[in-house]
Structures are given as C-alpha cells and as structure tokens.
Design a protein around this ligand. Structure first.
Ligand SMILES: NC(=O)c1ccc[n+]([C@@H]2O[C@H](COP(=O)([O-])OP(=O)(O)OC[C@H]3O[C@@H](n4cnc5c(N)ncnc54)[C@H](OP(=O)(O)O)[C@@H]3O)[C@@H](O)[C@H]2O)c1
Length: 327
C-alpha cells in the first residue's frame, strides 16, 4: 500500500513512518523540513518530499497513487511566527490535504488533532464528548482542522480523527526533554500544587492507534482520544521522570500566578522583536491545564490496547536522550 504521512520527518511522524516501512508499505513523507530524521527515513526506503501542506499543487502531486493519508503536519512548535501561520497550516493546509485525497481517491484519511481541543478538562476524566474549549490559537486551529474534516466527511469522504494526549518518547525534541533537564539535578520547581492531572501517550502506543484508525472500518467518521491507559498528577510524573534517571527528585512548590504574569510580559516584549519568548502562556499552562481522559472508545471500537506503561516509556526516552547527547 502507498501511504502519505504529512509531518513525516517530525517526532511523531518519523515513528509512524518507521512502523509503516516495517510493514513493507511504500511511504511518502511530506514535511516542511528534513529535521533530524529525513536521511534515516530515506535510507530505510521512504520518499521524502520537502515542502508545505499549504502548497496545494505539491500536496496533490504527493498524494498520487496513495491509499491512506496520515495528516500530522501542523504548526505546533513555532513561536515567533504570526498567528495567521497557524491558521494557514492547520486549517487551510488540512483542506489542501483533504482536497488532494479526494482527487486521488484515497481510501482513508487519518487527521491527527489534539486533546487540546478540550482545553482545560472541567470534569476529569473527560472523553470525546467533553466540551470543545480550545484555550489558545494552536488548539483553536487544530479544532478548525477537525471542522474541515467534518465538511469532507459529510460530503462522503472516509476520515478518522485521532486526538493524542501528550506524546512522548525517543526523538521528542520538546516538552519531555525540558522535564528531564529540570529534574536531573534532583530538584524540580513546581508552580502550583502539582496535583493537576496529565495524560501522556507513549509514541509506540499512539502509532498503534494510528494504524488501527487507518485500517479498521469502524473508524470511519469517528474521533478517538489517544492516550496511555493511565493519567498522573504532575507530582507523580516528575517523580517518575526522576526514577527513570535513577534520581530522587525533591519537588519545590511555588505559586503559579506570578509565573503566568511573567509569561504574559515575556510574550509582549518578544513579539515586536520577532524572537521566541523564553516563557510563554502555552508553556506555563502545563502547570494548570487539567488533562485526563477515558480511552474507552478507542479500546471498545478499535481494540486499542496501549502496551507501554509510563516507567518503561520514560526509561526508553531517557536512554535515547542520553545516547544522542541531549542529557
Ligand atoms: N507532541 C504532542 O504532545 C502532541 C499532542 C497532541 C497532538 N499533537 C499533534 O501531533 C502531530 C505531530 O506533532 P509532533 O509532536 O510530532 O510535532 P513535530 O515534531 O513538530 O511534527 C510536526 C511536523 O510537521 C512539520 N510541519 C509544520 N508545518 C508544516 C507545513 N506547513 N507543511 C508540512 N510540514 C509542516 C513540522 O516541521 P517544522 O519543525 O518545520 O515545524 C514537523 O516536522 C501534530 O499534528 C500535533 O498537532 C502533538
């Protein structure tokens, strides 16, 4: 089968591409940059196309002969770009992908959304029917991407939506690396009481769900939260990160509000200078936004069974960071 993975050289995309190549599929990756993994994926047999999902012609060419599309490309980590970039990529880019998929008679599209469309979960654990309450432009535009999917589904296309919780694993350049770095000296500054819940998903578990969402007939027109079997408090998570490094972490609690105000100030100062703020609301919201979900729908309808638990996942992640010189 020929499969297109947008965002295929990114963290999540590269894991999915490796899995698809292992299964002997022909894989095309479309990504705006080669990143850490393009050469490796080419070596494994993937066709890597560097370009943007905002380029409708390129997306159409990349979709020729494709049976399944996993659409993961997203404006996600970029900070010093105008907010309009988020809409162009996450909403209009999604439209380009669906339009091209329709033109190529793609059998199924899997759209990678985010748990963030639910914002701060008021009555945890939430599920796919919890209120849609995005809290920032990233979450908002990912949800608008879902609305574009709904338009094409209504017109007869076969689309499944996956809303991953917080993805982590080897190759993750972001949030978890920061966590390890903050915990490795045995002292962690926790803003707030640390009892906020956090729902991780280990990368291999999520890739299992992408495969199920692409293959199972039941997934047509459905939306699935994709998380690990359990969620944790931030205090538990930080202790587990320490454990994976063999470090006992002392958590020092500080008030959250001054941090949030500092983030507002940083963003205001950095925006006109077009530099990435060292602190920003999306980052500090990590201490505040409640994330805890039931994953029953994916389990019951698709047979999703996340096999890698937190301790094992964190250990594998730590090993990767260490072997690759990040820690
Ligand atoms: N990480 C999480 O915890 C999490 C949680 C829920 C959902 N998600 C979703 O999961 C997906 C993958 O995220 P990730 O964590 O793997 O992030 P990632 O490593 O940044 O992967 C996204 C890839 O898409 C690329 N991209 C950005 N804009 C593009 C464009 N216009 N055209 C083509 N490619 C473009 C990125 O390149 P650049 O590096 O140049 O931007 C990157 O290589 C995203 O859809 C994200 O919204 C992530």
């Amino acid at each position: 089968m020929r499969v297109l993975v947008t965002g295929g050289t990114g963290f999540t995309g590269s894991h999915l591409v490796r899995r698809l190549l292992d299964r002997r599929h022909d894989v095309v990756c479309l990504d705006s940059q080669p990143g850490l993994f393009a050469d490796e994926l080419r070596g494994l047999g993937a066709e890597v196309v560097i370009g943007s999902v905002t380029d409708a012609d390129l997306v159409r060419r990349s979709s020729r002969g494709v049976e399944v599309v996993h659409h993961l490309a997203a404006a996600f980590r970029q900070l010093n770009v105008p907010k309009s970039v988020y809409r162009e990529v996450n909403v209009e880019g999604t439209r380009n992908v669906l339009e091209a998929a329709r033109a190529s008679d793609v059998r199924r599209v899997v759209y990678c959304s985010t748990q963030g469309v639910h914002g701060h979960v008021m009555n945890p654990p939430g599920d796919e029917n919890s209120p849609i309450a995005p809290e920032d432009y990233y979450q908002q535009t990912k949800y608008e991407g879902e609305l574009v999917c709904a338009e094409y589904s209504d017109a007869g296309m076969d689309i499944a939506i996956v809303r991953p919780t917080a993805i982590y694993g080897p190759g993750d350049p972001g949030r978890f690396l920061l966590l390890y770095r903050m915990a490795r000296n045995g002292r962690f500054l926790m803003f707030g009481d640390g009892e906020t819940t956090y729902h991780p998903v280990y990368i291999d578990n999520l890739v299992d769900l992408f495969e199920l969402a692409a293959e199972r007939p039941e997934a047509r027109g459905r939306t699935y939260l994709g998380g690990d079997a359990e969620y944790f408090t931030l205090n538990e998570l930080v202790s587990a990160v320490g454990r994976s490094m063999g470090t006992e972490v002392k958590i020092v609690h500080l008030p959250f509000r001054p941090l949030w105000l500092a983030a507002v100030a940083c963003e205001a100062v950095c925006a006109p200078l077009r530099v990435s703020p060292p602190l920003f609301r999306r980052r500090v919201d990590w201490f505040r936004q409640v994330r805890a979900f039931r994953i029953d729908r994916a389990r019951d309808e698709l047979g999703y069974a996340p096999g890698v638990g937190l301790d094992e996942g964190l250990k594998r992640t730590f090993d990767w960071y260490r072997e690759n010189g990040y820690l």
